[in-house]
Ligand binder design. Structure first.
Ligand SMILES: [Zn+2]
Length: 138
């Protein structure tokens, strides 16, 4: 397991503190780089207008207007709500190089970003675990 403390410029909590605050699945996804099973996430088919926040620290990450149905089984966004709201990091676990997406405020693992998003906008697909998000409607 990675030690994320060095990537947490604004929020620094111990694993015990995170564990007390989060459900088992939220902890696994955001602190142990887990992935929820496809087509199981709470927000996959959420079409309400609002903002998606980091489930760990409340930092605003994504906006419903950038959400699209990718058919992959995870909530997908073509961009974050603010450019510096998320950070990208190379992830070469599982023998493939992918780009991991983390919360810039607390270092929570959110998901990955791929280059097969909508061509009309950014061509990017932020493939994000529902378990890493908390939705707030407008
Ligand atoms: Zn966060």
């Amino acid at each position: 397991m990675n030690d994320l403390s060095s990537d947490s410029p604004n929020v620094n909590k111990s694993n015990e503190e995170w564990r007390a605050q989060l459900t088992e699945q939220q902890y696994h996804v955001t602190r142990e780089n887990g992935t929820e099973a496809p087509f199981t996430g709470e927000y996959l088919n959420n079409h309400e207008k609002g903002k998606y926040m980091c489930v760990n620290c409340g930092h605003t990450l994504f906006d419903s207007k950038n959400k699209f149905d990718s058919g992959t089984g995870w909530p997908s966004f073509d961009q974050p709500s603010q450019k510096n709201g998320v950070e990208r990091r190379v992830d070469d676990s599982h023998g493939i190089e992918r780009t991991e997406v983390i919360c810039s405020n607390c270092g929570a693992h959110l998901g990955h970003v791929f280059a097969d998003g909508p061509r009309e906008t950014t061509c990017e697909r932020f493939c994000i675990n529902s378990a890493a998000l908390k939705f707030g409607s407008e």
